[in-house]
Write a protein that binds this ligand. Structure first.
Ligand code: ADP
Length: 359
C-alpha cells in the first residue's frame, strides 16, 4: 500500500472552472515528488487539495490507505512551506522556528533540543539569536522551512519556495533542499514551474498542462522517454527541436532534406503515409558532420551563441529552424553551410494529431 493515493482527483472551482482533471498517482513514503508545468496548469490547486486547504470536488485522497477527503489540514499531519514566507519580524530565528511547538505547550528542554537539531540540518546554528531582518533571503527561507520541518509530520508540501530568491540563491537553496530531504527522509511534494528545479530535486516528476497530467516519471524517463510533444519540449534547455510535416513517400522534409521515417519507425512508417508527424531531436544529441546511418541534415548557420561550456547554433533550412548545441571549439561561421547528423536512437517521432510519441 502506498503512502499517499490520489484517485481520479478533480477540482471544479465554484465559478465552474475545471482546474484539475482526473489526477491519479500513488506516492511512496520518503519520495520527493515535483509537480511541474506552466503557470495556471493546476499545480497549486492539486497541492492545496492534498493539504486540505481546498475541497476535492471529485475523487478520493487517501493517506496510508485511509480516506482523507474530509480530514482537516492538521489531522492530515502535513506541513506546508509557501512562496511568501511570513516570519515574525520581532522574534529571533530560534523563536520563529520554535513557534509552533511553543504554542502547543511543548517542554522547553524538548523545544531547545528540537530547534538546535533543526538549525543544524539547515545550517542556521550560528544565526539562532538573530532577527529575520538581519538574514539574507535564502536564510529567511531556511527559517521558514525550519518552522515546517520541526513538527513531526508525514508530508512536506512546498509551493514555489524559491521564487522570491535571486538566481544564485536559488541554486544554493536547491541543493540545500535536496540535502534536507536526504537528512529528514520526509515525503515531499514540491511545486515549481522551473524544469531545472524539477529535474535536480525529484525522485519522480509530474508534468501538468491545462489541468491534465501529461506524464509521471523519473527525470531520466522524462528526458529520454517523453510521452508526448509537450513533455519533450518542456524538459531540456534549449528545448527539443521539432520538425512538423506530412509524410510523403515515407519522408518528412526539413528544408531540402528528406528524412526517411522508416529508419526510426521501421515497418510502422507505412501507417503514417500522408499523415502529419512531428520529428524531434534535442540540440545536444547531434554530431557535426555526416555520419553513416544517422539522419543527415544540411542547413545554414543563422546565429551562434558562445556560452562558455557550449555554443548554441541557430540553423535554418528553408522555412525550418533548429538549435544545435556544440563544443565551442567546433563553432561554425555565421551564414556558412553546416551539415550535422542525428543518430537514429536520438530521434523522437510523434503523431501529429494526438501529439503522442510513436513507439
Ligand atoms: P498553477 O499552480 O499551476 O500556476 P493553479 O492551481 O494556481 O495553477 O491554478 C489553476 C487554474 O485554476 C488557473 O487557471 C487559475 O486561474 C484557476 N483558479 C485558481 N484558483 C481559483 C479560484 N479560487 N476560482 C477559480 N479559478 C481558480
Amino acid at each position: 500500500m502506498s503512502y499517499l493515493t490520489l484517485k481520479d482527483i478533480n477540482k471544479i472551482y465554484p465559478n465552474g472552472y475545471h482546474a484539475v482533471h482526473n489526477f491519479n498517482m500513488e506516492i511512496e513514503k520518503g519520495e520527493f515528488i515535483v509537480f511541474v508545468g506552466p503557470s495556471g496548469c493546476g499545480k497549486s490547486t492539486t497541492l492545496r487539495m492534498i493539504a486540505g486547504l481546498e475541497e476535492i470536488s471529485n475523487g478520493e485522497f487517501l493517506i496510508n490507505g485511509k480516506r482523507a477527503n474530509e480530514m482537516g489540514p492538521r489531522e492530515r499531519e502535513i506541513a506546508m512551506v509557501f512562496q511568501s514566507y511570513a516570519l515574525y519580524p520581532q522574534m529571533t530565528v530560534f523563536d520563529n522556528i520554535a513557534f509552533g511547538l511553543t504554542l502547543q505547550g511543548v517542554d522547553e528542554d524538548v523545544i531547545e533540543e528540537k530547534v538546535k537539531n533543526t538549525a543544524r540540518i539547515l545550517g542556521l546554528t550560528d544565526y539562532l539569536d538573530r532577527l529575520p531582518r538581519a538574514l539574507s533571503g535564502g536564510q529567511r527561507q531556511r527559517v521558514a522551512i525550519g518552522r515546517a520541518i520541526i513538527r513531526k509530520v508525514g508530508v512536506f508540501l512546498m509551493d514555489e519556495p524559491l521564487s522570491n530568491l535571486d538566481a544564485k540563491q536559488r541554486v544554493t537553496m536547491r541543493s540545500e533542499i535536496a540535502q534536507i530531504h536526504r537528512e529528514t527522509g520526509a515525503t515531499t511534494i514540491y511545486v515549481t514551474h522551473d524544469q531545472t528545479e524539477a529535474m535536480t530535486l525529484a525522485d519522480r516528476i509530474v508534468v501538468m498542462k491545462e489541468g491534465y497530467v501529461q506524464q509521471i516519471g523519473t527525470p531520466y524517463e522524462l528526458y529520454f522517454k517523453p510521452a508526448n510533444v509537450f513533455v519533450a519540449g518542456f524538459i531540456g534547455e534549449p528545448p527539443m527541436n521539432f520538425v512538423r510535416g506530412t509524410v510523403t513517400n515515407g519522408h518528412v522534409a526539413f528544408g531540402d532534406n528528406q528524412l526517411d521515417i522508416s529508419k526510426k519507425l521501421g515497418a510502422k512508417a507505412a501507417q503514417y503515409e500522408g499523415k502529419n508527424i512531428v520529428f524531434g531531436f534535442r540540440p545536444e544529441s547531434i554530431v557535426l558532420g555526416a555520419v553513416e546511418g544517422a539522419y543527415q541534415i544540411s542547413a545554414t548557420v543563422e546565429l551562434t551563441e558562445m556560452l562558455g561550456d557550449n555554443t548554441n547554433i541557430y540553423i535554418t533550412a528553408g522555412e525550418d529552424k533548429a538549435i544545435l548545441k556544440v563544443d565551442p571549439h567546433d563553432t561554425p561561421e555565421v551564414d556558412a553551410p553546416v551539415t550535422f547528423s542525428v543518430p537514429v536512437e536520438n530521434v523522437y517521432i510523434f503523431d501529429g494529431e494526438t501529439e503522442l510519441v510513436i513507439e
